[in-house]
Design a protein around this ligand. Sequence first.
Ligand code: NI
Length: 176
Amino acid sequence: MSVREVLKMGDPLLYQRSVEVTEFDGKDLAKVLEDMFDTMEALDGVGLAAPQIGIPLRIVIFSVGQNPRYPDAESVPRTILINPIIEPQSVDLETGWEGCLSVPGMRGLVERHSSIIYSGYDETQRPIKREATGFHSRVVQHEVDHLDGIVYPMRIKDIRNFGYESVLFDRDSDPQ
Ligand code: NI
């Protein structure tokens, strides 16, 4: 079990493009994935990208079950997604509140494609291809953004829709 330190917004490592995984066999990938899950679960995250723990590889993980940070979110299967590709299936965008372990205590309103197809590989290099909508689609787009050096506050259209969780959720019953 190793819970790693999650890099916080402002760290230049969060603004770099991560590189494709080329070695699927070997202990390195297994160790990275183990550390990612340990870290995500210890912090009640719904997703994590490798660069958030300082590893500049195109790996994301996500899983939404019953989560105290997102109590109303629909469930999303526990997934390891390596070298992901996203194909938007809708022109329409959906606005929703996001948080991030690299931006602790904050939430922001972000527009995302409401429907996507994502593909990539699991840890055994088996291809994955899924259609996703709703929160599932949002989580994947958020995590894959990390691989391109994008942290969600960079996508907030009106910065007044960015703030402390405790204040936002107290003021207005709208945010989920
Ligand atoms: Ni994030």
